[in-house]
Design a binder for this molecule. Structure first.
Ligand code: DC
Length: 244
């Protein structure tokens, strides 16, 4: 059948897909999400950046990061916006572009701490649901397939052995003495442990997620595998011609 002969409903689809990518840090989520978004023409939304922006505000306010009430009060006076762009998301904290300020170790650690509190998560999840409400997004985080979009059309849980993730993170940090690699792996394990063991929506694979283990894959191979997962799902959905 030529393109002209295809039924109209496959040209004017009713819905746009949501791709949920969850997994621990260092598994390659950000790269995979960015590449998938580009490849399939979707918006890339990185939810970790939202927790990071809030953590930055909490640090600036010198709040105790283990007390929910102060953080809740702060959240009530905070606006966080995520703007998709070609080379990643811009994060606006109360209108201030903090994109370049949220990747250091202090904010990384603080983000993992503030994200354990149910009230903070409820607030963030609502924001994320608004952002993805119209579909056509790749959303990356820890609880996207389980909590934010449990009905996402595609769910990928991207994982890798902790040592491998630690070394990748270490390499991303630029030139550093090799002896510091151990400390990076230790920090990553501690953060993993907190993300996986928190009572409220802990990091875990959704029952219907496709597991992708990147331990023995290059980043390129991981991206290819993820693209294959999304393509296969799109094929299935197109068979019912409801999606683009
Ligand atoms: O993905 P990231 O490393 O930028 O995330 C920073 C922290 O934010 C991470 O340690 C846990 C938290 N987070 C979360 O709890 N839920 C999400 N959907 C995304 C991030």
């Amino acid at each position: 059948m030529s393109a002209d002969e295809r039924p109209l409903r496959s040209i004017e689809p009713a819905r746009k897909i949501i791709v949920a990518i969850d997994g621990p840090s260092g598994a390659g989520k950000s790269t995979v999400a960015r590449e998938l978004a580009q490849h399939f023409g979707l918006l890339n939304l990185e939810t970790g950046a939202m927790y990071r922006a809030f953590a930055l505000k909490a640090l600036r306010a010198a709040l105790a990061l283990d007390e929910s009430s102060g953080l809740e009060e702060l959240a009530a006076q905070t606006s966080i916006r995520l703007e998709p762009g070609d080379d990643g998301n811009r994060v606006l904290l109360d209108g201030e572009d903090v994109t370049g300020m949220i990747r250091n170790q202090m904010v990384t650690d603080a983000a993992s701490r503030v994200s354990v509190f149910p009230a903070i998560r409820t607030w963030m999840v609502a924001l994320q649901q608004q952002l993805g409400a119209e579909g056509g997004v790749v959303m990356e985080g820890r609880d996207i397939g389980t909590v934010v979009f449990p009905h996402a059309e595609v769910k990928i849980f991207l994982d890798a052995a902790p040592e491998v993730r630690g070394i990748r993170r270490f390499d991303q940090l630029g030139p550093k003495p090799a002896a510091q690699a151990e400390a990076v792996i230790r920090d990553l394990r501690a953060r993993d442990e907190r993300d996986r063991s928190r009572a409220e929506s802990p990091l875990k694979a959704a029952a219907d997620a496709v597991l992708l283990d990147s331990t023995h894959l290059t980043l390129e191979e991981t991206v290819q595998a993820a693209e294959a997962i999304v393509s296969a799902k799109l094929e299935q959905l197109r068979a019912f011609s409801e999606y683009i």
